[in-house]
Design a protein around this ligand. Sequence first.
Ligand SMILES: [Mg+2]
Length: 221
Amino acid sequence: MASEVSYCLSWRVAVEANNARGWRIVPSQCVRYVENYMLGGQYSSDVDAVVDQMASYLEGVAVEDGEKDAWILDVDDTCLSNLPYYRERHFGGEPFDSASYKNWVMRGVCPAIPAVLGIYEKLIERRFHVFLVTGRDEELLGACTAENLAAQGFVGHQKLIMRSRAHRGHGAVPFKSAIRRQLVAEGYRIRGNVGDQWSDLLGDCVGDRTFKIPNPMYFVP
Ligand SMILES: [Mg+2]
């Protein structure tokens, strides 16, 4: 048992450090470990620690009047939690099922991740231009996503940018890179970039600082 916990902790660290890539499901011997991690308090504590780092970085970042200082936040498992969905699916111990996932997302009931909502409110208050950038399909999931975000308190951002037809089938890195390049071309300086996947944080124009929210339940290439 002790060695299993040790193995699963090592696996999770490898996931967070982007050493483990391309994995499709949580290893079966680690499903219980991930459940304990997500529900037992460590996940929340780890998210709080990331948000604390964002807050201390923010203290040193001044917003100039008329400057286009931007922050980018991912949506799924960064602003909004899919934990209620994944707890019904062995915390990532089952292969991804796009149909049931779409049904879940269309209900528009993903809860906010409280610490991230807190720092989001600070960003809005500080007058940063906040962009929410998500690989969710715009045509299919645009309305439910916008409503879900607003209902959970994510209001006042500059824009919700979703995957349009032109980006269908593209991986997250090229898609999100293209969006960031566009923002930079429009004169925005990306002061911070936040996501639960490394594919949110790698590629072009990643920003002055990146912040990785933990997620041991799934991997998005
Ligand atoms: Mg995400």
